[in-house]
Structures are given as structure tokens and as C-alpha cells.
Design a protein. Structure first.
Length: 436
């Protein structure tokens, strides 16, 4: 649970209520504390926030003002005309940054974020209440500094169409199953009937979550710093996943592999791996009889899910209101706020407290669903940190590996060797351009 100091700057009305006599006169010798000065913080979203101003206020501002009524938030989305580079070049005021970890890595070299380490100490913020992996991942990529704190998490699970399982008489998948066991299920559901090709398994994006893989594999050897893509470890990762797409009758193509979410929503894929994200996953608007089970586990790594992939709040390096910005961030991370936001908006809390984790099961989307699919697995350790540009290049090449092996264009050995060579070439070219 977070431990926070109570601000000496409280509402004057509350102070008056504590000191007034019943007849309305003031007690002698008591003075009313000064009211905190109103501050408007600019909340800049790298991952664009949807919704009206009223909806954003309900999801964010209301929780800040419950603890700090003097603080208000002004929301700005990163757009094609209001890019990060444009905001930096024009010196637009920004106090709090919002985005996925990948978003922050993309702009790490812009030095947009400041360090919250001292603010954590000054405000007696209980950092141990946050899942350690989420903090470790940030500090690994920022030389031990703490520019970001997680506000909610994205976890992978297997969504399944109950009607298709019922149609073909196949038992529903269960939490904690292995990739090998799920393959048997997928095989039974892959068939053609009445001119429709049904596929037992699909993914919302190519790679089946390789960037946050359960083995915590990175792209370089931590000891030598050399590229480590063409390795036995990466072959081990792909080994149980590729067969999900190559069972008889699947007929994989690049479009089929990369369009798994669409297949599931249209009702021709029985299962799909996707995040627990309410915003990007459109199930509530689809006429599907669905539920969810946990991410399949590696047979030699039981109980472990994907690596952390939280959405973070960052302290802007240019903020003129760093104290207030941290107060707003810490208010959004209080246990009380996390429980309420999770239960209303279906987001998964990054706090260790189980009350916060399971609260999202009370939200509209998750009511009556198997939300424990996301709460039951321990996150894998973050992969070793690498240069953000190298990370992007390597992941792009590994996604190509995934697709090319599934479609039969290349064998895994050839594909990984070529991916390592292509990554090295592209990264060296990037470094050469940077040095000019």
C-alpha cells in the first residue's frame, strides 16, 4: 500500500469545518491554513487518449483532485501536426507524459523525461507497492533513474469463441495450459465446413508477443554485447508456437498470420492471443460469446506469463511544476484510485495488492469473465536492456522470421541467421548516420 504524507495545504472549507464552533464563530488562537495555489498541468499523451474531455476528466482528473483539489489537467494528444519533435522544438509546456513503454523508448533520445527518484523519497512514496519488474524495466533502460511509473498494465491472454468450441464439441481451454496442450485443442478446431475455413488459433499481431516473450530473451549477449538472435534460445521459443499455425488445414499466408484479430472478430478463428486492453480490443461491440484463458505456458517455465508491458506516466524534464506533477502521478497510483479505476474502466493494476489486481473483473467488459486469466500468472523478468533503436530493428526482423517460417518460405535456422545479419546491417547503418 502506498504511504503518503498528508499535505499541509488542505481546503480552506475543510479547515473551517474543523475549527468552527457550532454557532459559526471561530475558535480563538486558531488560524486557517493557506489554500494551495491552483495549478493546471499539461498531460501529453504519446499513446493518444480517446474520449471526450468529460470522459478524460472522469478517468484521470477526478482522481487527482480527490487528493489535490488545486490541481487540474489539460489533455493534449500527440498527433501528426503536434508531434513530439514539434512540442520539443516549440517548447510547448508539458508536465506529465503518458504512453506505453515502447512509446517512451522511441523518444528516449529526446530527453523528455526527468528523474523522480528524489521526489519519491521526499513524498515518502512506497515504491515497493509496485510490481518490481515494472520498476526494474524502467531503471534498466535509464541508467538507474526513475523517469516513469506504471499506471496500468497490459497482459496477454487467449480469448476464445465459446460458440465455435460448442459447435465442434471441443472442451474450453483452461488456465495454466501449455503451448503443447493448446496445440491439440487448436488442431481439433482447424477445419473447413460449409465453405468456411475455421482456424483453431490466431494472434492479434505477428510474433505472438515475442517482444515480451516468456523466456525473457533479448537481442544481444549480456556478456559480450554482440547480437544474439541466431541462437538455440530463440529456436526454443519459436518451437512450440509455430506449429499452432501449421496444423493441417490452416493454410497460412502473411495476411492470415497478421490478421488474426480480424479472423477472431469475424468468427472464423476459435482462439486469439491479445492484450487485456479495453481500448484496442473491440470485443464489447462484437456479437461473440467469448471468454479468456491465460497465456499458454512454456512446458519448462510453468506459471510464468509474458514480460511486463505497462502503460506509464512520466515526469516531463521541462515541467515548471514538478512537485505538483508528482503529486498527480502518485495520486493516480494510490491503492484507492487503482481499485476504483480498475473496476470502472477495466484496466489491470501494476500494484502488488491483489485487491487492485482483481478489481478490473468488476468492470463492464470483464463482469462474468475469467479475469483471473491475467491475475494468475507471474510476469516474466524483463529482457536485458539494449539500445532502443537496436530493439526496434531486431523486433522487426524477428517478426519477419515468425511469418516466413510459418508460411514455409524459410526454415528456422536460415530465417534466424538472416534476421541477425539484417539487424546488424541496419543498426550499423543507423550508427553511421548518427555519427555524421
Amino acid at each position: 500500500m502506498f504511504v503518503m504524507t498528508i499535505s499541509a495545504l488542505i481546503m480552506s472549507g475543510l479547515a473551517a469545518g474543523c475549527s468552527d464552533r457550532n454557532d459559526g464563530s471561530k475558535s480563538e488562537g486558531q488560524s486557517k491554513p493557506a489554500q494551495a495555489k491552483p495549478v493546471e498541468l499539461v498531460f501529453y499523451a504519446l499513446s493518444a487518449l480517446s474520449g471526450t474531455d468529460e470522459e478524460k476528466a472522469e478517468q484521470w482528473t477526478a482522481y487527482v483532485q480527490k487528493k489535490h483539489p488545486n490541481i487540474s489537467l489539460k489533455f493534449i494528444n500527440a498527433t501528426d501536426t503536434n508531434t513530439v519533435d514539434n512540442v520539443i522544438a516549440t517548447k510547448q509546456p508539458v508536465d506529465i507524459l503518458f504512453g506505453s513503454f515502447a512509446n517512451f523508448l522511441r523518444f528516449k533520445d529526446r530527453e523528455m523525461t526527468g528523474d523522480m527518484t528524489e521526489l519519491v523519497k521526499q513524498n515518502k512514496f512506497d515504491l515497493s507497492s509496485v510490481e518490481k519488474q515494472y520498476v526494474d524495466m524502467v531503471q534498466q533502460y535509464h541508467d538507474g533513474k526513475l523517469p516513469l511509473l506504471p499506471v496500468y498494465d497490459l497482459r496477454l491472454g487467449v480469448y476464445y469463441n465459446k460458440d465455435l468450441f460448442d459447435k465442434f464439441g471441443v472442451p474450453y481451454p483452461k488456465d495454466g495450459t501449455t503451448w503443447e496442450n493448446l496445440l491439440d485443442t487448436a488442431r481439433k478446431l482447424t477445419r473447413e465446413e460449409s465453405g468456411v475455413t475455421y482456424r483453431g488459433f490466431a494472434t492479434a499481431s505477428a510474433g505472438a508477443g515475442l517482444a515480451i516473450n516468456q523466456y525473457s530473451l533479448g537481442y544481444t549477449d549480456p556478456k559480450t554485447g554482440k547480437l544474439a538472435i541466431n541462437t538455440d534460445q530463440w529456436k526454443r521459443y519459436f518451437a512450440p508456437i509455430v506449429p499452432m499455425f501449421t496444423v493441417p488445414g490452416y493454410n497460412p499466408t502473411k495476411e492470415i498470420v497478421e490478421g488474426g484479430l480480424k479472423l477472431f472478430e469475424e468468427g472464423s478463428a476459435a482462439m486469439v492471443i491479445a492484450f487485456n486492453s479495453y481500448g484496442s480490443f473491440t470485443l464489447p461491440s462484437k456479437n461473440l460469446n467469448w471468454d479468456v484463458t491465460s497465456l499458454p505456458e512454456m512446458s519448462d517455465l510453468r506459471g510464468i506469463g509474458s514480460q511486463p508491458y505497462p502503460v506509464y506516466l512520466g515526469l516531463s524534464s521541462t515541467s515548471k511544476h514538478k512537485d505538483e506533477a508528482f503529486q498527480a502521478i502518485s495520486a493516480l497510483l494510490s491503492l484507492e484510485t487503482q481499485i476504483d479505476r480498475s473496476s470502472k474502466f477495466g484496466v489491470f493494476s501494476p500494484l502488488k495488492d491483489q485487491k487492485a489486481k482483481v478489481a478490473f473483473g468488476e468492470s463492464k467488459m470483464w463482469k462474468g469473465k475469467n479475469f483471473q486469466a491475467f491475475a494468475g500468472q507471474k510476469p516474466a523478468a524483463p529482457a536485458p536492456a539494449v539500445n532502443a533503436n537496436l530493439k526496434n530493428i531486431a523486433e522487426s526482423e524477428l517478426n519477419k522470421v515468425f511469418t516466413s517460417v510459418i508460411t514455409g518460405e524459410k526454415d528456422i535456422n536460415t530465417a534466424l541467421r538472416e534476421a541477425e545479419d539484417a539487424t546488424d546491417k541496419a543498426y550499423q547503418q543507423f550508427l553511421s548516420q548518427q555519427s555524421k
